[in-house]
Design a protein around this ligand. Structure first.
Ligand code: GLN
Length: 409
């Protein structure tokens, strides 16, 4: 319906709009989420944006149904419902090897996305530098812009995505006040070893910097790799904000339940930032999710077994099709090497892949600071039948997307 306001505007020929913020002028939309829309447009099997197509655990859903008729429909405490924080503190205390105070060391947020944003706003001022490993999850770039921080990128070099400690030290030497550490890493599937984390820890200490972790894949780490919580390293609790979420662990990405775990002084600040950003995460969903937080260790073992089987199925399928790819140590992403197709733009390749082959992927360039154009990201958090359907379609890849410029090897 036409409102009086836009009626007036359309009548006026030379209408000018007040300027928008300079801070956000260079924002693109999220390429990850755009590729979901592209996939939907072409009816592609969507392996772009990482979310499952299988159900969350039944016990959580049953509890959600009960909660609908209970008294959880108004705001919870802004930094998270007591029940939720207590269950989370109990779970993470065991994993992180220290007693986490549910009242003073946890903030429940709207997804880890908000956790990271609230952490950045709490730790850095406009003009401060923040070190970011590249490739990186695309939100970190936007987080830096929104908080006014200047990112300093530290490459993780394929094929093992190791980093050069000298280059990392240089980022700290330039004054990086914080480092963003995604472990296990999205998109490259790297799991940082204890030795690597110790190098990071000693640099953080030497340069008196914060480390903000993104550990949303903490339960999806394939043997023989193991997840080491950065905050659990000697001396690191005091300089770490651990961000994570329930999205991947309980297959509830749409619930937007995340959190920070941090020392009391930092938590106190994050509480305030979070309160003004969003007031709080959805109260009924927090209550229902407590059921998941109270699951025993067998739940996490089953989850890992399920993802290990999916990883094996999908990678075997790619091997059978002779498509070169990374082997993730953690998380549920795989990078495919598309060099043989000779595309100048990995975005154009992903569009052709969705349209002509019927598989949705994310162009690698949206994760790399370096001019990388030969990788695309697919994820395997899907039912086996969905993964098999994608592999069936990929079998026609070379027929449907001919190599350009005769570069096929
Ligand atoms: N973490 C998922 C990905 O990288 C989903 C991101 C999102 O859309 N919040 O695809």
């Amino acid at each position: 319906m036409k409102t009086p306001l836009n009626y007036q505007m359309s009548e006026k020929e030379d209408v000018t709009m007040p300027g928008l913020s300079r801070r956000t002028a260079d924002f693109t939309d999220s390429v990850i989420r755009r590729m979901t829309r592209v996939s939907n447009r072409y009816g592609a099997v969507n392996l772009s944006q990482g979310f499952p197509d299988f159900d969350p655990p039944r016990a959580i859903l049953d509890r959600l149904a009960e909660v609908a008729l209970e008294d959880f429909h108004q705001y919870s405490v802004t930094w998270g419902a007591q029940n939720f924080r207590e269950a989370l503190a109990e779970k993470q205390s065991k994993l992180m090897g220290r007693t986490i105070d549910p009242n003073g060391e946890i903030v429940v947020t709207c997804g880890s996305t908000e956790a990271m944003m609230a952490a950045m706003m709490s730790l850095v001022d406009p003009g401060d530098k923040v070190a970011v490993f590249s490739p990186f999850y695309e939100n970190y770039g936007a987080d830096a812009i929104l908080s006014g921080a200047e990112p300093v990128y530290v490459p993780l070099a394929p094929p093992d995505f190791g980093f050069d400690p000298e280059v990392l030290e240089d980022a700290f030497r330039q004054g990086a006040k914080a480092l963003i550490l995604c472990n296990p890493s999205n998109p490259c599937g790297k799991v940082f070893t204890r030795e690597e984390l110790s190098i990071i820890a000693s640099l953080a200490e030497k340069y008196d910097a914060w480390v903000v972790t993104d550990e949303v894949y903490e339960h999806i780490v394939y043997a023989p790799w193991e997840h080491v919580y950065f905050a659990s390293l000697p001396g690191m609790w005091e300089r770490t904000v651990s961000c994570s979420s329930l999205s991947k662990t309980y297959s509830i990405t749409g619930w937007r339940l995340g959190y920070t775990i941090a020392p009391p002084e930092a938590t106190d600040r994050i509480k305030k930032v979070h309160d003004f950003l969003t007031v709080g995460a959805a109260a009924p969903l927090q209550e229902a999710a407590v059921t998941g937080l109270r699951f025993g260790p067998e739940y996490y073992a089953d989850l890992l077994a399920k993802y290990t089987a999916k990883r094996d199925l999908f990678l075997r399928g790619l091997d059978d099709l002779n498509i070169p790819h990374t082997v993730p140590q953690g998380a549920y992403y795989v990078l495919l090497d598309i060099s043989e197709f000779g595309f100048d733009s990995d975005l154009a390749f992903c569009e052709a892949l969705a349209r002509d082959v019927g598989v949705g992927a994310v162009p690698g360039s949206s994760f790399f600071r370096e001019p990388v154009n030969h990788l695309i990201r697919l994820h395997f958090a899907k039912k086996d039948e969905t993964l098999c359907a994608a592999l069936d379609r990929l079998a026609d890849l070379r027929k449907k997307i001919p190599a350009r410029g005769g570069r096929r090897s």
